[in-house]
Design a protein around this ligand. Structure first.
Ligand code: MG
Length: 396
């Protein structure tokens, strides 16, 4: 069997997605994959077009070998652009293998280790009472775990917003740590008082804090028994993990912008974290994500795969396929897709009573409707920008 071409499709059915179809010389047999990288979609698409000649003529059944060839091909290994592109190809090869075998990908990976993949949704509001209402509505829908935030980003620390510098660019949010550090424990005090201690709640600190401020937050949130505190530190502040780890019993999670096993391993080996937020989409696909979760297992680190809206249905299918198989599963972040997204990618996974279920169709069980995708062309979009009150540029 040979790869004959790679079709790269960038579409915007509500938000941008980078999709591929890897075509083979077997009539009707192709694989679908996803390489969406929020705000950088055209660059990943160009990387995929650049890699395509290296794939044509190659046997799509040789997944590991193809992964190694693409990973090593450029001399400049890794990074988010090439690892997202590699992920798209890797997912498509697993999809082809599943279709060839007549089995869903999770069966190829070893079969179910659980009935469903526990997911969490985002409880959001402008104040603690609105957040409480939002959390309650998810609990009523059967969800078991909810992330609680004031605002969609930056929480109580967002004190203003500046208009875009020019049309088609994002506004700038103004963030200050003091209101965030004071407001977030108050939010959780309210939620625990009104919802009780048993509900599983988590919080995303979004890399906004200096290490010692992160220590303060983890300690202040400790009485509220978080499922985990996400991104309390920037990945660049790796040497500050021991400080944070020893300060409290708040479980810690990071990894949504990690691109491979080498980002993860020191955190595992030093037992600095409890949950790893990688997902196949940004670490080079199912092949690498599986290795990372095997590396995590002896250190008692569980998965909490990133699943914000920019992780599309094909990537989520890959995430769920892997997480219903691994022993060290924790939770999966979940968002719902637009009607148009379902039209472009028929077969998106469903959640029943708070658990995502893998597709039973062969491969990843999702297709790409190219005619539908063409109705929703790429719309230029950038990630938001953040500044401090004095105008200093800050991390998003
Ligand atoms: Mg996050």
């Amino acid at each position: 069997m040979k790869i004959t071409d790679v079709k790269v499709i960038v579409t915007c059915p509500g938000r941008n997605y980078v999709l591929v179809k890897v075509l083979t010389d077997v009539p009707g047999l192709y694989g679908v994959g996803e390489g969406t990288l929020n705000g950088s979609e055209p660059i990943v698409a160009e990387a995929l077009r650049h890699l395509t000649p290296l794939l044509i003529g190659r046997d799509p059944q040789r997944i590991e070998d193809t992964w190694q060839v693409l990973y090593r091909q450029g001399y400049w290994r890794g990074g988010p652009i090439f690892m997202a592109a590699l992920a798209a190809i890797d997912m498509a090869l697993w999809d082809i293998k599943g279709k060839q075998a007549g089995l869903p990908v999770y069966q190829l990976l070893g079969g179910r280790a659980r009935d469903g993949v526990l997911v969490y949704r985002h409880g959001i509001g402008r104040d603690p009472i609105e957040v409480e209402d939002s959390v309650r509505s998810f609990l009523e829908q059967g969800y078991k775990v909810v992330r609680a935030q004031i605002g969609d980003y930056g929480g109580a620390g967002v004190i203003g917003q500046l208009p875009p510098l020019s049309p088609g660019t994002p506004p700038t949010k103004v963030f200050e740590p003091a209101p965030y550090l004071l407001g977030t424990p108050k939010l959780f005090a309210h939620l625990r008082e009104t919802l009780g201690m048993e509900v599983e709640l988590l919080h995303d600190a979004h890399e906004q804090l200096d290490p010692i401020a992160a220590v303060r937050l983890a300690k202040d949130l400790e009485p509220f028994r978080l499922f985990f505190l996400e991104d309390p530190l920037m990945p660049e502040h790796r040497e500050s993990w021991p400080l944070l780890r020893q300060a409290s019993a708040t479980p810690l999670a990071i990894g949504e912008i990690f691109t491979g096993r080498w980002d993860c391993l020191p955190l595992f080996q030093n037992r600095w974290i409890d949950f790893i937020r990688i997902k196949p989409l940004h670490v080079g696909g199912i092949t690498e994500a599986r290795k990372i979760m095997t590396l995590a297992e002896p250190y008692n680190v569980r998965s909490a795969f990133h699943g914000a809206a920019d992780v599309g249905p094909i990537a989520q299918s890959a995430s769920v396929s892997l997480q219903c198989v691994i022993p060290n599963f924790g939770v999966q972040e979940w968002t719902l897709y637009s009607e148009a997204t379902h039209e472009v990618m028929p077969g998106a996974l469903k959640v029943v009573d708070g658990y995502a279920l893998p597709n039973e169709a062969p491969g990843l069980g999702i297709d790409i409707d190219e005619a539908a995708a063409a109705k929703y062309p790429y719309q230029r979009a950038y990630m938001p920008q953040v500044r401090r009150a004095d105008g200093t540029a800050h991390v998003y």
